[in-house]
Design a protein around this ligand. Structure first.
Ligand code: ATP
Ligand code: MG
Length: 417
């Protein structure tokens, strides 16, 4: 494979000791290792690099050997597909042997290892994802990905329809990569193929669908991309609930500096708490994400004119994240576009530190509240007072309150048993 004339100025992640150690290990016996995929794509665009993928002509057993010999920790993550993960300085590096796909079923491939870099490029999804980079900055572009990347053209390597039928995940990867790297108009052949083969999405696991969907939602203009997925019949097959593209668009105009895919999912999906729970279960989201999605179905009634006590009470009761979720959803619905007012609420939330209720269960017991659920009830009553005081009521005041509650139980006096 011939390099292109252009070289990449070596980036900090390339000379980081963690990276250098992995490359040194892989090349110790004369093998060739090149960076590939997202890290090259993002470096060309001078975007921050998240994870580093490496391609090598050595077979996986040799890769395991070389890494172990260098004292690096390895996880044989996808050995059958030629992928080994090296952990270097705590960071993961995915190392994949050059390969071609010899049989595919729409979900996974049977692979054959090769030493042919062009064959490896041909099995990758998009031209801008098939860029290779030597550790010294030499670039290889076997499929014309560099000009595509710069022009924002997300193009399949080869015939889009065939590539999609090999692996239907590529439909979602197309929209995801387009969302983050594409410039309109999207590639017409790709869109047509996504539309034609959308039924194949049914073969994918919920986890993979959710992963791609959330990454699409994290993009700068998710509504425009979801609009494309709707037009091609893709959206209806993965989230039929996602009917509210206008609301998503409005939210993305507010939360661009602090985008949250889950919050955006709640904005675009139509429905109440039960619908959100069902959606979360279908997408196999974590319990934590499901709870957040359910809470997002009914955002708190916060306004920019709410008085400070109400604001802080809500912050205390819902927590910083849930408070911000409510603010963003209310802001997105605010036709007055009162950006400064909403932003002030978010800033307040970001600086807020949760105060500690200055009394506890022991205090309730000492005040004569009987052991058991009454303790919780008493503390709740006292907490309500404390919140209503804007957290100003002190320990003495709250203790007095607890003693009053204790006296109602009649059992104990201030001197104890
Ligand atoms: P990011 O790491 O930011 O998600 P990435 O492009 O590196 O982006 P990975 O999932 O890490 O994505 O995949 C690494 C590379 O492997 C891709 O750039 C692409 O070349 C190739 N690849 C990944 N998934 C597929 C697929 N389903 N079909 C074909 N090639 C793929
Ligand atoms: Mg990657």
């Amino acid at each position: 494979m011939k390099p292109v004339a252009e070289r990449l100025t070596p980036q900090p992640w390339m000379s980081a000791p963690e990276t250098v150690a992995v490359i040194a290990a892989l090349t110790a016996r004369g093998g060739t290792a090149r960076f590939v995929g997202g890290c090259v794509r993002d470096s060309v665009l001078r975007r921050p690099v998240k994870d580093v993928d490496i391609a090598t002509s050595d077979v996986p057993e040799t890769v395991l050997d070389l890494l172990t010999a260098a004292g690096l920790e390895v996880a044989p993550t996808g050995l059958a597909h030629g992928t080994v993960t090296a952990i270097s300085g705590g960071l993961p590096f995915e190392i994949t042997t050059l390969r071609r796909d010899v049989a595919t079923d729409g979900r996974r491939a049977t692979v054959a290892f090769t030493d042919d870099w062009a064959a490896d490029a041909a099995r990758r999804d998009f031209t801008l994802n098939a860029l290779y980079l030597d550790p010294d900055g030499t670039l290889y572009d076997p499929t014309g990905g560099l000009p595509d990347l710069r022009a924002g053209r997300v193009r399949f390597v080869g015939d889009p329809a065939s590539r999609i039928q090999e692996d239907y995940l590529r439909i979602l990867r197309f929209f995801r990569i387009y969302a983050h790297y594409g410039k309109p108009p999207p590639d017409a052949a790709a869109l047509a193929a996504c539309q034609q083969h959308a039924a194949g999405l049914a073969q994918l696991s919920a986890e993979r669908v959710a992963h791609e969907l959330l990454r699409i939602l994290g993009a700068a203009d998710p509504a425009a991309v979801l609009e494309l997925t709707a037009r091609t019949g893709v959206l209806a097959r993965i989230v039929p609930e996602a009917a509210n593209l206008d609301r998503l668009g409005a939210l993305a105009r507010c939360d661009g500096a602090d985008p949250s895919p889950l919050r955006r999912l709640a904005a675009v999906a139509h429905g109440g708490p039960d619908d959100m729970a069902a959606l979360a279960n279908r997408l196999k989201l974590s319990n934590k994400d499901r709870d957040r999605l359910v809470a997002l179905a009914v955002p708190a009634l916060i306004t920019t004119t709410a008085d400070p006590i109400t604001r802080r009470a809500l912050l205390y009761r819902s927590g910083r994240e849930s408070f911000a979720d409510s603010v963003y959803l209310r802001w997105a619905a605010d036709e007055l576009d009162n950006a400064a007012g909403w932003q002030a609420l978010l800033t307040e939330a970001a600086h807020w530190r949760k105060p500690m209720l200055p009394v506890g269960g022991e205090d309730a017991l000492a005040a004569g509240v009987p052991r058991g659920p009454e303790v919780g009830h008493a503390l709740q009553a006292v907490e309500d007072l404390w919140i209503a005081s804007d957290f100003l009521a002190g320990r003495g005041e709250l203790l007095a309150e607890l003693w009053q509650i204790g006296r109602a139980f009649g059992g104990r006096s201030a001197s104890g048993d």
